[in-house]
Design a protein around this ligand. Structure first.
Ligand code: GMT
Length: 380
């Protein structure tokens, strides 16, 4: 069916992190389907291709005003959102994160003539509910932004429930899970392992995150320390932020020759294809996009059973889940997979199949498109 193309503004954090990655993939997929897409952020999202005829990037100039003791992003963002909405006659403003993005979008609407106002869709990714939702200085602003949005989505059923519980909003919240558009790695598994200095006889564990406290890098290193005595493995950490704060702990645990750190990278597919087991030790996670990325490349993950992760991993079939904080159990489950390549491979294949039958762009993007059409007067 041919759809009437929409003009869609996407607001996201441009830095490494699941929400920015998801928003960028969504924008690319929408452009491929014929929509006109405008990204608005303080920096170009890092996975956004430089050349794309139906995608434009509009930077927000934050400036450096000595007048303010603390830098302000919400106001310049709202002015830019009003400008882009007016100049490009946007149908939809899809904001990822309630604060400050939905707040700025709501403010932008009030700067526009009613005939120029796009519909505001707010997608919740996690921390604005789980961290800020119960914060007295943010909760009411988040609730207000949700109630003023034309539609709200959450990336997992868990997050939908938590948002209802913590924010007591009356807005309907639609669950639209995250998706991944896998790309073909440009290097072979062997070439990537060569670059990493990992032998074919070594099991390669992988952890990819922004290393924020909720990711529990302390536990990740403790698991590696427990495995050190019994197994031949290396742990690759794809670090979205600086790994420097953890280097002393790596030395203290004697893990220098086991841990490989790589910084911000575009080519995660090469690393997931070269890896054997994913390892996630988070205290909280609304979805965990990096688990899904690993699944698409046939890499099963051992993770803590928190938040929305059980919607992504079916324990014993597509990965393994253990109680949060249980270093012993995490290590023993990883160890079980290290010594059992057959089980590991079968689990990786099951993970890939599950990802391909539930979380592809072909399945998820039309859910967003449907929502957009329902909220605009435009016919499909
Ligand atoms: O903590 C992160 O990983 C960053 C954060 C973000 O906004 O980029 O991730 C959140 O959104 C991701 C994409 O929807 C989810 O996969 C992550 O689980 C979620 N993080 C948390 O809930 C802690």
């Amino acid at each position: 069916m041919v759809l009437t193309p929409l003009r869609i503004g996407i607001v996201c954090y441009p830095t490494i992190g699941g929400s920015g990655i998801l928003a960028t993939s969504l924008g690319i997929e929408l452009a491929l389907r014929g929509h006109e897409v405008h990204f608005i952020s303080y920096e170009r999202p890092f996975r956004l291709p430089l050349e794309h005829t139906s995608i434009q990037f509009h930077p927000v100039d934050i400036g450096d005003h000595e007048l303010f003791k603390y830098p302000d992003y919400t106001l310049p963002l709202s002015v830019k959102l009003a400008e882009v909405s007016r100049d490009h006659r946007l149908d939809i403003l899809h904001v990822h994160y309630a604060v400050p993005h939905a707040t700025a979008a709501i403010l932008a609407l009030s700067m526009l003539d009613p005939s120029q106002r796009p519909r505001v869709i707010t997608t919740l990714h996690g921390t604005d509910t789980t961290l800020l939702g119960s914060h007295p200085a943010y909760g009411p602003a988040i609730r207000h932004a949700l109630e003023c949005s034309d539609a709200v989505t959450a990336v997992s059923t868990y997050l939908e429930g938590e948002t209802r519980r913590l924010l007591q909003t009356t807005q309907p919240i639609e669950v639209i899970h995250n998706f991944v558009s896998p790309v073909l790695p440009r290097r072979s598994r062997l070439e990537t392992r060569l670059e990493l200095g990992v032998g074919e006889d070594e099991v390669l564990l992988i952890h990819s995150s922004n290393l924020r406290p909720v990711k529990r890098i302390d536990l990740l290193l403790q698991v590696a320390a427990r495995l050190k005595e019994q197994s031949r493995f290396r742990l690759l950490i794809l670090a979205g932020e600086s790994f420097a704060p953890y280097e002393a702990e790596v030395r203290r645990l004697g893990l220098e020759d086991r841990i490989i750190v790589r910084g911000r990278t575009q080519n995660v597919e090469e690393y997931y294809s070269a890896a054997d087991i994913g390892l996630i030790t988070s205290d909280s996670e609304s979805f965990c996009l990096s688990i899904l990325e690993a699944m698409f490349y046939g890499c099963p993950t051992v993770s803590t059973r928190v938040g929305g992760i059980p919607e992504v991993i079916q324990t014993d079939s597509t990965g393994l889940l253990v109680s949060p904080g249980d270093v012993e159990a995490l290590a023993s489950q990883v160890s079980e997979l290290i010594v059992n390549p057959e089980r590991r491979k079968a689990m990786g294949q099951a993970a890939k199949q599950f990802a391909e039958s539930h979380f592809t762009a072909e399945i998820i993007v039309p859910m967003y498109e449907n929502l957009y059409y329902r909220k605009t007067e435009k016919a499909r």
